[in-house]
Design a protein around this ligand. Structure first.
Ligand code: HXC
Length: 514
């Protein structure tokens, strides 16, 4: 008789093979890792505690009664990343293409429910052909159960989705509800319907890559927040992201040790903004000089590049940075930039991550394309997000802060806590030329020398309004600072704000203009 302990070991070893060696081989040949290999790369060595390894599906149709794989195509459990607890699931493509059965869904739901009770982030490694076709409506129900839990967990614990295979149908909507989506180039795909269905319905011929590859979702749709060359790089960067995030909505922001002896005024910051205020410059230069160890983890770096968002540490404390990028479209706010910024601000606010807002913005982008597609509604998202955020909020205006965009970008009026400006700041209703052409229209057109009159009025306007002093006289700007002192000022500001408490009125939930 087989010893019962040996039997357990044997059963577990068999379960760990998922769909079997041939399927594992075929997974490797596609340039993909197995679900277990991925977990090993993601978590701290030896920290994975698996549950539900023996769960099996209950379906019997289409010969499923004869095909059983313990675990049913998804590995679930708990582990540590950077020595902090996380919950995770990893779909196993070697079992029915990682498709989602009733039992598979129940395993994921269990993990999500436990993660919420324990207060730990959830990481989902997705590699799935969607609803298990043989199980019909039961698998659709399973997806809906997951969507519900993803939604309930939203804002309670961070949820990270890593898409590492062809994710179709329902397999894309769970990631879409979560906070961040990672994809690996050439092996990750996300689409509601694949190229074959697209061809049947719309007669369009499109490749997997163009329809739903990592680069498409990083640059065209904005669905993917992070993309990397391969699975290893992707999983390494999931670990990196986790180093900036707290465990849950009640946790304090991560604050690591910082060597204050390394802190000094940085003269290089004085040289970045050009004299001519119409000349572009790269806001990322400023970010890299301000953040600790040049370590800025940019989110959606290839999408709506006129706004920059991402995580960093300043004086050891994790912060979320939102910055206009004067190098792209002069840093103007358009629909995509507004939506990108708004979602990031709301994530930071949900998880107590202080915000740093770097402003150089000429306004909202004019034109029919923007108006007809709803810049009013979408721009309002960013405004709403900053207005409702109660985390420590610090703003630095490096140059332009014009019009509605001045208000939006975490101005004092929307509860900015510390609002700083560099001497190069220009805070006005609109840019000098546009303003002068409107308010001095008659004087200029009636003048014998209109060009000269325009020049005169322009210098008068610039002298009066294109500076930070009027806003500072009103207290809209708390201090005008030398660029080189920015990091020191920010560290002090976040220290002062550490015990900040602010609340919004009691309500069920607000109604962000979606
Ligand atoms: C059951 C599935 C499956 C599925 C794949 N398989 N998808 N089994 N249900 N949804 C199985 C295949 O039969 C095959 O089994 C194995 O997984 C590997 O699949 P391949 O097709 O050989 O792999 P590949 O060529 O890499 O293509 C992967 C794929 C393709 C792109 C995912 O399989 C595919 O298009 N599948 C269907 C996708 C889809 O339309 N899903 C339903 C979505 S509807 P064997 O035994 O041969 O190895 C949905 C509704 C939810 O999800 C909506 C909620 C909002």
């Amino acid at each position: 008789m087989i010893n019962k302990n040996d039997e357990l070991i044997k059963r577990k070893e068999e379960a760990k093979l998922g769909g079997g060696l041939d399927k594992i081989d075929s997974q490797h040949k596609k340039g993909k890792l197995t679900a277990r290999e991925r977990i090993e790369l993601l978590v701290d060595e030896g920290s994975f505690e698996e549950i539900d390894i023996f769960v099996k599906h209950r379906a019997t149709d289409f010969g499923l009664d004869k095909q059983h794989y313990p675990g049913d195509g998804v590995i679930t459990g708990f582990a540590k990343i950077n020595n902090k607890q996380v919950a995770l699931f990893s779909q196993d493509f070697t079992v029915f293409g990682g498709s989602l059965s009733e039992a598979h869904a129940e395993k994921i739901v269990k993990i999500l429910e436990m993660a919420m009770k324990i207060g730990v982030p959830v990481i989902g490694l997705n590699d799935s052909g969607g609803a298990r076709i043989q199980e019909g409506v039961v698998s659709l129900g399973g997806y809906a159960d997951i969507f519900l839990l993803n939604t309930l967990a939203s804002g309670v614990v961070p949820q990270i989705s890593v898409v590492l295979g062809p994710c179709a149908g329902g397999a894309v909507y769970s990631p879409a509800i979560t906070d961040f989506i990672f994809m690996a180039k050439s092996t990750s795909y996300m689409f509601v319907t694949g190229p074959n269905v697209v061809k049947t319905v719309t007669h369009e011929e499109v490749s997997f890559e163009d329809l739903g590859g990592a680069e498409t979702h990083a640059s065209k749709s904005g669905v993917a927040h992070f993309i990397y060359e391969n699975e290893i790089e992707t999983l390494t960067n999931v670990r990196r992201l986790m180093s900036f995030l707290p465990q849950n909505f009640m946790d304090k922001p991560i604050d690591v040790e910082f060597n204050f002896e390394d802190l000094f005024p940085d003269e290089r910051l004085n040289e970045i903004v050009p004299e001519n205020s119409n000349k572009p410059y790269d806001m990322k230069q400023i970010i890299n000089l301000i953040v600790d160890n040049n370590d800025f983890m940019e989110v959606q770096s290839n999408y709506a590049e006129n706004i920059i968002v991402g995580f960093a540490r300043i004086g050891g404390m994790s912060v979320g940075i939102v910055a206009n990028q004067p190098e792209i479209l002069a840093g103007v706010l358009d629909i995509n930039a507004s939506v990108k910024g708004a979602r990031f601000v709301r994530f930071c606010d949900a998880f107590n991550i202080p915000l740093l807002v770097l402003v150089d913005v000429p306004g909202f982008l004019p034109g029919t394309e923007q108006e007809w597609n709803g810049i009013i509604r979408h721009g309002a998202k960013l405004l709403y997000a900053f207005c409702e955020a109660t985390v420590p909020k610090v703003t630095v205006i490096t140059r332009k802060a014009y019009g509605g965009a001045y208000d939006v970008m975490n101005s004092k009026h929307v509860r900015g806590d510390f609002n700083f400006a560099w001497p190069s700041a220009e805070i006005a209703v609109m840019g000098p030329k546009g303003a002068v052409e409107i308010i001095f229209k008659k004087e200029i057109s009636n003048s014998k020398e209109p060009e000269k009159e325009l020049e005169n009025k322009l210098s008068e306007f610039i002298e009066k309004f294109a500076n930070p002093y009027i806003a500072a006289e009103r207290g809209y700007i708390d201090d005008i600072i030398l660029p080189k002192d920015t990091k020191i000022k920010l560290i002090n500001a976040y220290k002062i704000l550490k015990t900040k408490v602010d609340k919004n009125p009691k309500k069920k939930h607000g109604n962000i203009p979606l």
